[in-house]
Design a protein around this ligand. Structure first.
Ligand code: IMP
Ligand code: MG
Length: 178
């Protein structure tokens, strides 16, 4: 599918399923090399990261525990500025190697808040793996150890990312055209 439309917005294919799968494999190889001998807790950030997480963890050849937390800040195509984080309270991360799995980093506000909360749990290390990054939108300095693709400041859907709930099931990533 070259284009998709939801409501009055049209999105054009930009990263093909093959390109994404190849990059996910490369990220998994780097993560395998870094974590094979460690106690790893993968923390996936719902909702958007569920597809990326599902593909990534099946390429890992060690035995991480996998958890999901929920962070919300976006409404439609805009970030609301305040970040709400849920389902984080019960995690025991003391002394563990935490790897955060995110779909996209835009302003970075979500990650700043997630990092702040996770670090209170005293993990041994806490690194970030994000499929996408919009470097031009970043508002604070965040060390992103594993990044799939750097993209321009445009709104994208597909591969877990949505517009008003639509587009998450697309195997490719599409960018807003009109
Ligand atoms: P941040 O807090 O501004 O970095 O925004 C991060 C969150 O906003 C991501 O986890 C996504 O859920 C959502 N988001 C940011 N950019 C996009 C986009 O282009 N398409 C869909 N969701 C996005
Ligand atoms: Mg997200």
């Amino acid at each position: 599918m070259q284009e998709v439309s939801y409501y009055s917005k049209t999105f054009a294919l930009w990263l093909t399923p093959d390109q994404i799968q190849k990059r996910v494999q490369e990220l998994a190889e780097a993560i395998n090399a870094a974590y094979w001998d460690k106690d790893v807790e993968i923390i996936s950030i719902l909702q958007g990261a569920f597809v990326f997480t599902a593909d990534l963890i099946r390429q890992l050849d060690f035995h991480p525990r996998v958890h999901f937390i929920k962070a919300s800040s976006y409404s439609g195509m805009q970030t609301t500025g305040t970040v709400q984080i849920d389902h984080i309270g019960h995690l025991n991360l003391e002394g563990k190697h935490v790897l955060i799995c995110e779909d996209i980093i835009d302003t970075g506000r979500t990650l700043v808040e997630v990092l702040r909360v996770l670090r209170q749990a005293n993990p041994a290390t806490c690194e970030i793996c994000s499929l996408l990054l919009k470097p031009d939108c970043l508002e604070s300095l965040i060390d992103i150890k594993y990044c799939g693709f750097e993209i321009p400041p445009e709104f994208v859907v597909g591969y877990g990312l949505d517009f008003e709930g639509f587009g998450r099931n697309l195997p490719g990533i599409y960018r807003l055209k009109s």
